[in-house]
Design a protein around this ligand. Structure first.
Ligand code: NAG
Ligand code: NAG
Ligand code: NAG
Length: 417
């Protein structure tokens, strides 16, 4: 892309690299001193990107004031320890703040105010606190990365009028979120507001903390949440996706998810042994439920009444039987995954009340037989019984489910693969 690079030394302390590419020229301006008076000045009105000397420890109010057209500050993997409030004021064109891998320990009140920055890369620092007013009236954020810091708590007012698409705060040490701490976040655009808090130390979903009318995606995977209570998500009316993989949840009661407009619920790798009958009732928008790698033993045919879920995965649990009318509540065309359980028996009326299943996956269970009558009234695309102990019928695997388009069992010669 670069066709010509000319290095023009302007002063001892400052040099600019002029890159002439096929498109617009970009001038990189280097702040090469801890003394702001000796830094980027002179003919730097067109500087698009400032690169700061690695050893610079402080960005002060004066550091950037001579570069009003600054587009990007690039200072990844350096030794910055402090940003003084005011450093980023009056920089209307500033688009990206790249400060990954520095030694920042706090974001002071008034540091990021009245900005139209799209990208905040503040990950891999040692930030333990975002003071009240750290981010204020920042209205255009596409991505804000605060991952891999040392945050222990989110304070109320740290985010005020922050309009953001993705806010990533995973891999911190957050165990507390103050009431209202997330209420100052708004969606930047039609994609909504997506907040990740994975790999933190939260023990509960406190609705006073998780209070935001626009949050659409919430990732709370790999925290220490052990209990879900009715109303936990009641202050997140726009929530569409909730990811709770890798917590310590034991039970799903009624009133957490039921009746909400959530589309996707991911509860993989928890310790769930109990799901209330009505835990997932009346969820018209529900499309995907994953509860893999849990401790469920008893299937309940009353689950999922009035839902629209298309994919229900309960693979890698401890189910032993499929009871009567097990699937009566499931919508037409659903995909049911029950791989890697210990299913030994299937009730003769397991499929009563069911007329149409897209896919039923029962791989790696302990079934020794499968009656051709089971699915005789059900339209089904695919039945997968591989990894069981079912013998290959004389008439081939398809005779186990004549209504199915595909039937797979290990004992039969591979017919479709
Ligand atoms: C920087 O310049 C200003 C005025 O131009 C002056 O007041 C200040 O003392 C200078 N700072 C340093 C560290 O030289
Ligand atoms: C918010 O910031 C913008 C600049 O991004 C500014 O024009 C506007 O006046 C600020 N609003 C308030 C209420 O300070
Ligand atoms: C939410 O944001 C994360 C992190 O940026 C991204 O990986 C994920 O795809 C987003 N999810 C949705 C549903 O937009």
């Amino acid at each position: 892309m670069k066709t010509l690079t000319a290095v023009i030394f302007l002063t001892v302390n400052l040099f600019c690299v002029l890159e002439v590419s096929n498109s617009k020229p970009v001038i990189d301006c280097y702040l090469d001193s801890d003394n702001p008076n000796e830094s980027c000045y002179g003919n730097v009105d067109d500087a698009k990107r400032v690169k700061v000397k690695r050893s610079m420890k402080t960005l002060s109010e004066d550091s950037l004031k001579t570069i009003p057209n600054l587009f990007e500050i690039a200072m990844d993997d350096s030794e910055l320890e402090e940003i003084q409030p005011g450093t980023f004021k009056d920089l209307p064109k500033l688009n990206a703040i790249r400060l990954k891998g520095n030694n920042l320990r706090e974001i002071k009140s008034g540091t990021f105010v009245n900005l139209r920055v799209w990208y905040f890369f503040l990950w891999w620092n040692s930030i333990s606190v975002l003071h009240e007013g750290a981010f204020q009236n920042v209205t255009q954020v596409r991505q804000m990365y605060l991952e891999n810091n040392d945050l222990e708590e989110l304070k109320r007012g740290a985010f005020k009028d922050v309009y953001v698409r993705y806010l990533r705060m995973g891999k911190n040490k957050i165990s507390k979120i103050e009431a209202g701490a997330l209420a100052g976040l708004f969606p930047h655009d039609k994609y909504g507001l997506n907040v990740t808090l994975n790999n933190n130390r939260l023990e509960e979903i406190d609705p006073a903390a998780f209070d935001n009318k626009d949050m659409r995606v919430l990732d709370l995977s790999r925290n220490s949440i052990s209990v879900l209570r009715p109303g936990d998500l009641s202050k997140l009316p726009s929530l569409k996706t909730i990811i709770l993989t890798g917590n310590k949840i034991k039970e799903v009661p009624e009133g957490v998810f039921s009746g909400t407009s959530i589309v996707e619920i991911i509860l993989n790798v928890n310790e769930i042994s109990v799901i209330a009958s009505n835990a997932f009732h009346d969820m018209e928008n529900l499309d995907n439920v994953e509860i893999r790698h849990n401790k469920l033993k008893e299937w309940n045919g009353n689950w999922f009444r009035g839902t629209e879920s298309i994919l229900i995965s309960l693979s890698s649990n401890s189910f032993e039987t499929i009871p009567a009318e097990a699937f009566k509540n499931l919508p037409n065309g659903c995909i049911v995954e029950l791989n890697n359980n210990q299913i030994k028996s299937v009730s003769d009326s397991a499929f009563s009340g069911t007329t149409n299943i897209d896919t039923l996956l029962l791989r790696n269970n302990q079934l020794e037989e499968w009656s051709a009558d089971l699915l005789k009234n059900v339209k089904i695309e695919e039945l997968d019984l591989r990894g069981n102990n079912i013998k290959c019928p004389e008439d081939g695997s398809k005779s186990l489910a004549p209504t199915a388009a595909f039937v797979h069992i290990s004992a039969c010669p591979s017919e479709y693969f």
